[in-house]
Write a new protein. Structure first.
Ligand code: NAD
Length: 244
C-alpha cells in the first residue's frame, strides 16, 4: 500500500511552487489532500493536477495571515494526519527602509499563520496519538542576509517553533520537523529574487538550483512513518549551501 493511504493532509500555500509539488506528491502516495491558499483559480489547478495523478484533492480558500480565515479553514477541513506549513512570502528590503506593513505581513504569514494553524490542529493529533507537522522554513533560518533581515528572522522563528513543538507534542506521537530549502527554481523565486537568485549557482556546491519536487520528497519523508524517530530536525535541501 501507499505510504499515505487513508491519511488526510493539509498543505498551505499549495496554489503554486513548492506547496503545489508537496500536495501532488502526497496525493500520489495516497493521502486525501486539502490544498489551501488565497488564489482560488490556482488552487483549483492544483486539485486538477492531483486528480490527473489519480489522487483526491480539495481546495479551501484561506489567507493564513488572517486568523478568521484560519479558524474557518480548520472548521472546513477538520482533523488532519499531516500538516504542512508551506505558505510564505519573501520580500527583501534593507532594514532602515523596511515598512512596518511589510514587516507585519512577513511575520503574519510565515510565523503567525504557522503558529495558529498548528495550535488549532495539533490537539486532535495529540488525542489520536499520531500525526506529523512539517514547517517549510528555509536555509535563511541559518544564514544571514544583508537585504533580507525580516525574512531570515521569520524563518529562524519557524525553526524555533519546530524545536519547541517537537518537545511539546513529541511525547504524544506527533512529530514536528522543518524542511529548509535552499534556492529552489520556482516562478516566485525567479521573479521576486531575480539576479540574486540566479547567482546562487556559483555558491551552491552541487552547482545548480533545486526543484520543488526535490523539496517535496524531503517533506514526504519527514511526514512519513519511515521517519518515526526524526523529531525536531531541520532538514536542509540546499545542495550543500549551508555547509559551503
Ligand atoms: P510561492 O510564492 O510559489 O509559494 C508560496 C505560496 O504561499 C504561494 O502559493 C502563495 O500564494 C502562498 N501564500 C502567500 N501568502 C499567503 C497567505 N497569506 N495565505 C495563504 N497562502 C499564502 O514560492 P515557493 O518558492 O514555492 O515558496 C514556498 C515556501 O518555500 C515559502 O515558505 C518560501 O519561503 C519557502 N522557500 C522557498 C525557497 C525558494 O528558493 N523557492 C527557498 C527557501 C524557502
Amino acid at each position: 500500500t501507499k505510504e499515505f493511504q487513508g491519511k488526510k493532509a493539509l498543505v498551505t500555500g499549495a496554489t503554486s511552487g513548492i506547496g503545489r509539488a508537496i500536495a501532488v506528491r502526497l496525493a500520489e502516495e495516497g493521502a486525501t489532500v486539502y490544498v489551501t491558499g488565497r488564489r482560488a483559480e490556482l488552487g483549483k489547478e492544483t486539485v486538477e493536477l492531483i486528480e490527473q495523478a489519480g489522487g483526491t484533492g480539495h481546495f479551501v480558500v484561506a489567507d493564513v495571515g488572517d486568523l478568521d480565515d484560519v479558524r474557518k479553514l480548520v472548521q472546513e477541513v477538520g482533523d488532519v494526519d499531516v500538516l504542512v506549513n508551506n505558505a510564505g512570502i519573501f520580500p527583501f528590503s534593507p532594514t532602515p527602509e523596511q515598512s512596518v506593513e511589510t514587516y507585519d505581513k512577513v511575520f503574519d504569514v510565515n510565523v503567525r499563520g504557522t503558529y495558529f494553524l498548528t495550535a488549532a490542529l495539533a490537539p486532535a493529533m495529540v488525542a489520536k496519538g499520531r500525526g506529523a507537522i512539517v514547517n517549510v522554513s528555509s536555509v535563511a533560518s541559518q544564514l544571514g542576509s544583508p537585504v533580507g533581515s525580516v525574512y531570515h528572522a521569520s524563518k529562524s522563528a519557524m525553526d524555533g517553533l519546530t524545536r519547541s513543538w517537537a518537545l511539546e507534542f513529541g511525547g504524544s506521537g506527533v512529530r514536528v520537523n522543518s524542511v529548509a530549502p535552499g534556492p529552489i527554481r520556482t516562478e516566485a523565486a525567479v521573479t521576486q529574487v531575480g539576479e540574486v537568485f540566479e547567482s546562487f549557482v556559483e555558491v551552491v556546491p552541487v552547482g545548480r538550483h533545486g526543484t520543488a519536487e526535490e523539496v517535496a520528497e524531503a517533506v514526504l519523508f519527514v511526514a512519513s512513518d519511515k521517519a518515526g524517530f526524526v523529531n525536531g530536525a531541520v532538514l536542509n535541501v540546499d545542495g550543500g549551501l549551508v555547509v559551503a
